[in-house]
Design a protein around this ligand. Structure first.
Ligand code: PGA
Length: 253
């Protein structure tokens, strides 16, 4: 396969610094010799710097879960792209459905965040996905198309090379209801077709598209067997070293 599989753990609002360090140590140990999969973990802001220190010498990459698009200034409670880069982040998750749902994130604000991240050299995990009612109304593809176009508005081919797309059907997140490999593949293929239309064949072939939504050690293999699924964004199952490392080692399952 030409695209290196990419498995990322989204810890959401979980883990104190002490707990985060413990999990990081366990993951370093468990994933020590994994070379053929790129792995990232996204702890909460407060644990980023200590986890970065703990990850030294490991190939596990550090990610954060959000950022604000301004460089600095009077934006109480926000964190800038450069601040996150400085504490060792390689990736940033942008546009997660929980942010869209609870914090008013829109395609436009997602687009601003993506641009600000790429500008300082942070790679982006750009999340998209339809809700249950959108799926039931037959709107899955139109929602995905709107999110892809809106999120990537004004970006050039060169910039998209530093971006990964995570397809996360909202109805599958934290619900234990995974999309079937076929349901996911269908949307992943559609996303790649969008990239082909907006950019080029080459870019569409190179961009990695992760699946997210109740990924477990039990279902990862079937998902990864699909042609257009290049990895996973894992929530609940990334909070324990045992389940997350089994997902990363999907080939051995
Ligand atoms: P989940 O979360 O694996 O717990 O469903 C996935 C995500 O929200 O990224």
């Amino acid at each position: 396969m030409r695209r290196l599989p990419f498995i990322a753990g989204n810890w959401k609002m979980n883990k104190t610094v002490e707990e985060a360090l413990l999990l990081t140590r366990e993951l370093k140990e468990a994933l020590n010799e994994v070379k053929d999969v790129e792995v990232a973990i996204a702890p909460p802001f407060t644990a980023l710097y200590p986890v970065f220190q703990e990850l030294k010498g490991s190939s596990i990459r550090l990610a954060c879960q959000n950022l604000f698009w301004e460089e600095k200034g009077a934006y109480t409670g926000e964190v800038s792209p450069l601040m996150l880069k400085e504490v060792g982040c390689r990736y940033v998750i942008i546009g997660h459905s929980e942010r869209r749902q609870y914090f008013g994130e829109t395609d436009e604000t997602v687009n601003r965040r993506i641009k600000a991240a790429l500008k300082v050299g942070l790679k982006v995990i750009f999340c998209i996905g339809e809700t249950l009612s959108e799926r039931e109304n037959g709107e899955t593809f139109s929602v995905i198309e709107r999110q892809v176009k809106g999120g990537l508005q004004g970006l050039g081919e060169k910039e998209i090379e530093d971006l990964v797309i995570a397809y996360e059907p909202v109805w599958a997140i934290g619900t234990g209801k995974t999309a079937t490999p076929q349901q996911a593949q269908e949307v992943h293929r559609f996303i790649r077709a969008q990239l082909r239309q907006l950019f080029s064949d080459g870019l569409a072939e190179d961009v990695r598209v992760q699946y997210g939504g109740s990924v477990t050690p039990e279902n990862i293999k079937g998902l990864m067997a699909q042609e257009d699924i290049d990895g996973a964004l894992v929530g609940g199952a990334s909070l324990k070293a045992e389940s997350f490392s089994r997902i990363v080692r999907f080939r051995e399952m």
